[in-house]
Write a protein that binds this ligand. Structure first.
Ligand SMILES: *[C@@H]1O[C@H](CO)[C@@H](O)[C@H](O)[C@H]1NC(C)=O
Ligand SMILES: *[C@@H]1O[C@H](CO)[C@@H](O)[C@H](O)[C@H]1NC(C)=O
Length: 624
C-alpha cells in the first residue's frame, strides 16, 4: 500500500531531477552510468563516491582532471555501451574496448564527433556498419575493428576520413569491393587481411604491400599479381552450372593459400628472431596490448649470490663496487648516479619487467623495483668498442651530467656481449610514442604551447651536449623522437647521446641516427651538423605530427617530411604542413611558420647550406 502511494511522488521527483542530471552529471556519475550498461566485467575500482582521475579508476585516462580516454582492455566486459553517457565526457578522445566479449552491432560511437581513436579489436561485434557511419567523425586517426564478425561492405565514409593513419579491419567478414581511399598518403598502417573482399583493388591502394590483402580470395589488381582481366575471363569460361568443380577448386586454392601464408609466417618469424636490429617503427607496430615478462638473463653465479650485494653496492657506489665485482668474478650493477637512491642487480631481478620496445641499439624494458622506483633497462649489444675500464670511465662521465633537459643514467652493467644501461622511467614515454603511438591514450595535452616548450627544451639540451662533448665528431649522434623522453610536465629529456666513442664504426652506421643524414649516406661523413639535421627532423615531426619515413631503414611507411616541407614551402603552402591538432590555435600560426622554416633550414641536405648548431639554437630560442 505504502509503495503504491509513494509511486507518483517518486516519479515526479525523477521527472524534476532528470533535466538537471542531464546537464550536471559529474564524470563519476557518467562512468557509473556507463558501468551499468555493461552486464559484467572487472571494473571493481569504479566505485561511486570516488573521483575517477584522482583514484585512478581502471582504464580511465586523464589529463589533469579531464577524462581523455577509456582504455577498457581485457576486462571481460559485455552488454551494451551507453554512448549517451559518454557524450557528456567533453574531453574524451580515445575509446578502447579491445579483448572483451561485446556482441551485436557497432555502438553508436559516431555520435562522439571528436574521437581520435576507436579500438574494438578482438570482440564479437557483428552486422553491417552503415555506409555513412564515419561521416561525422572527421577527427579520427585510428580505427581498429579487427578480429570481430563484422559483415557487409567496408563503409565508404571510413575511407574518406582526412586524418586516418591506422585502419585495421583484418579478421572480419567484410565483403564486396574495397572502396577507394581518399587520403592514401596519410595512412601508415593498414590491414585488410582475412575478409571476404573481392573485385579490383582501387588504384589508391597501389602503394601498399600485397600482404595487407592476404586471405581475401576474390581480390585482383595491383599490388597483387593477379590480373583482373584474367579473373574475369576464367569466370566467363566457367559456366555457373559447374558449381561443384569451382567449389572444390576454391577449396584447393584456399588450402594452398593457407599453406603459403603459414610458411610465410614461419619464415618471417625465423627472420625476425634472427634480426636483432629493429626499426623504431616496431615500437609502434608492436602488438600494443600484450605485456611480456622479461627474465633478465644473469649467470648462475650471480643468481646464487645473497641479497647483501645490493646493500653493499648501495653504500660504496664509487670505484669500490666495480672493483669488487672484478675480484669476485661477479657481475654487478655499477651505480654512476645515486640521485634516485642506490640499488643492485638483485633489486632489478626481483622487479617484474615489461618490454617497451626495440630501438636502433637494442631493446628496452621497464622494471619497477620493490622500493617503487621505476627504471628503464636498455640492453645494448652494439656498445662494444671499449673494454670494461674505458666503458666505466665514459659511464661515470655520463653519471655526472646535470641539465634539466638531459637524462642522466643511473647505473650500468657490463658484460662483453652486452651492456645494460639503467635510467629513470619517464611515465609519459618518448616523444615518438606521444606523437604517434597513442594506442588508447591520446595526449590531448600536446597543444601548441607544449610543443613549443618541447622543441625549445630539446634545443637547450642539445646546446649543453654540444658544449660538453664539443670534441666529438658528432656530439649527440642519435637524436630522434624515440630518444626524447617526456617528464610528467612534458619537459623533454635527451637520452642515448654521446655514444660515438663507445661504438665501432660499422655499428655506428647501423645504430646511430646521425649516420642516416644525407652527408653520411652520400660521403660517409658525419659532423656536428649531422645533429642539426636530426634536430630539424624532430622539429618537423612535432610540427606536422607525421611519422618521418627517415626513421625506417627501408623507407617504407611514414612520410618523407623533409621533401614534403621543402615542396610546401616553395609553393607557399606552409599552413597545410601544420598538424591538424594544433592548427586551430590561430593566434600562434606565426610561431608555427617560424619553426617550420627553421626545421626546413636544419634539414637542408647540403651541410654547407644547413644552419649550424649555434644559429639553429638561437633561432629556436627567439621564436616568439
Ligand atoms: C595483418 O593482420 C594479421 C592478423 O593479425 C597479421 O597476421 C598480419 O601480419 C598483418 N599484416 C600486415 C601486413 O600488417
Ligand atoms: C571484371 O568484371 C566486373 C564485373 O563482372 C567488372 O566490374 C570489372 O570492371 C571487370 N574488370 C575488368 C578489369 O575488366
Amino acid at each position: 500500500m505504502a509503495a503504491v502511494r509513494f509511486l507518483p511522488f517518486i516519479s515526479i521527483l525523477i521527472f524534476l531531477t532528470l533535466p538537471t542530471l542531464c546537464f550536471s552529471l559529474s564524470d563519476e556519475d557518467i562512468l557509473i552510468t556507463l558501468k551499468k550498461s555493461f552486464t559484467q566485467g572487472d571494473l571493481n575500482s569504479w566505485i561511486p563516491g570516488s573521483s575517477p582521475c584522482l583514484k585512478k579508476w581502471v582504464g580511465v585516462m586523464c589529463s589533469g582532471e579531464t577524462i581523455i580516454g577509456l582504455h577498457l582492455t581485457g576486462l571481460r566486459l559485455s552488454g551494451s555501451v551507453d554512448v549517451q553517457a559518454l557524450l557528456q565526457l567533453r574531453g574524451l578522445r580515445t575509446i578502447s574496448l579491445v579483448r572483451n566479449s561485446f556482441t551485436g552491432p557497432i555502438p553508436e560511437f559516431n555520435k562522439l564527433g571528436t574521437l581520435r581513436a576507436v579500438y574494438l579489436s578482438n570482440n564479437q561485434f557483428s552486422g553491417e556498419i552503415p555506409n555513412n557511419y564515419f561521416t561525422s567523425m572527421g577527427s579520427l586517426k585510428k580505427v581498429w575493428l579487427n578480429e570481430n564478425k563484422f559483415t557487409g561492405n567496408i563503409p565508404d565514409s571510413l575511407m574518406q576520413l582526412p586524418h586516418l593513419v591506422e585502419i585495421h579491419l583484418e579478421g572480419n567478414q567484410f565483403s564486396g569491393t574495397i572502396p577507394s581511399l581518399k587520403y592514401p598518403n596519410v595512412v601508415t598502417s593498414l590491414n585488410l587481411t582475412h575478409n571476404n573482399l573481392k573485385g579490383e583493388i582501387p588504384e589508391s591502394f597501389s602503394k601498399f604491400k600485397a600482404s595487407i590483402f592476404e586471405g581475401n580470395v576474390g581480390l585482383c589488381g595491383k599490388p597483387l599479381e593477379i590480373d583482373c582481366d584474367k579473373v574475369n575471363q576464367s569466370e566467363a569460361s566457367n559456366p555457373s552450372g559447374e558449381n561443384q568443380g569451382s567449389d572444390s577448386n576454391a577449396k584447393v586454392a584456399i588450402a594452398i593459400t593457407t599453406l603459403v601464408v603459414l610458411l610465410f609466417f614461419v619464415i618471417a618469424s625465423i627472420i625476425s628472431a634472427r634480426r636483432r636490429r629493429d626499426d623504431d617503427f616496431s615500437i609502434l607496430s608492436r602488438e600494443p596490448l600484450r605485456e611480456e615478462v622479461l627474465q633478465v638473463q644473469v649467470p648462475e653465479s650471480t643468481r646464487r649470490k645473497p641479497a647483501e650485494s645490493s646493500r653493499r653496492s648501495s653504500s660504496d657506489s664509487k670505484r669500490g663496487s666495480s672493483q669488487q665485482a672484478n675480484k669476485n668474478g661477479m657481475l654487478e650493477l655499477v651505480m654512476v648516479n645515486d640521485d634516485k637512491g642506490a640499488f643492485g642487480l638483485q633489486d632489478l631481478m626481483k622487479a617484474a619487467a615489461e618490454v617497451l620496445g626495440n630501438g636502433g641499439l637494442g631493446s628496452a624494458y621497464k622494471a619497477v623495483m620493490a622500493n617503487g622506483l621505476a627504471v628503464v633497462v636498455k640492453r645494448m649489444r652494439e656498445l662494444n668498442k671499449l673494454g670494461k675500464d674505458g666503458f666505466d670511465v665514459e659511464m661515470r662521465r655520463f653519471g655526472k651530467l646535470r641539465h634539466p633537459n638531459i637524462l642522466t643514467p643511473l647505473a650500468y652493467h657490463f658484460r662483453r656481449e652486452e651492456k645494460l644501461i639503467v635510467s629513470e622511467y619517464m611515465p609519459k614515454g618518448s616523444l615518438l610514442y606521444v606523437l604517434h603511438g597513442d594506442r588508447g591514450i591520446i595526449h590531448a595535452d600536446l597543444n601548441w604551447p607544449t610543443r613549443l616548450k618541447i622543441i625549445q627544451g630539446i634545443a637547450h639540451g642539445l646546446s649543453f651536449i654540444h658544449t660538453e662533448f664539443a670534441t666529438y665528431e658528432v656530439p649527440h649522434g642519435n637524436l630522434k623522437s624515440s630518444n626524447v623522453l617526456l617528464t610528467e610536465n612534458y619537459d623533454p629529456l635527451l637520452s642515448d647521446y654521446a655514444f660515438q666513442p663507445l661504438i665501432n664504426a660499422s655499428n655506428a652506421a647501423q645504430g646511430l641516427f646521425a649516420y642516416k643524414s644525407p652527408e653520411y649516406l652520400q660521403h660517409q661523413q658525419v659532423s656536428p651538423k649531422s645533429d642539426v639535421y636530426c634536430l630539424g627532423l624532430v622539429i618537423l615531426e612535432i610540427m606536422t605530427g607525421k611519422f618521418p619515413s627517415q626513421y625506417l631503414s627501408n623507407g617504407k611507411g611514414g612520410i618523407d617530411i623533409v621533401q614534403w616541407v621543402q615542396t610546401s614551402i616553395s609553393e607557399n603552402q606552409v599552413e597545410e604542413l601544420i598538424d591538424p591538432e594544433i592548427a586551430n590555435d590561430t593566434g600562434s600560426v606565426n610561431q608555427m611558420r617560424q619553426l617550420l622554416q627553421i626545421g626546413a633550414a636544419c634539414t637542408e641536405s647540403n651541410p654547407d647550406q644547413r644552419l649550424d648548431m649555434k644559429e639553429a639554437i638561437n633561432r629556436i630560442q627567439e621564436v616568439n
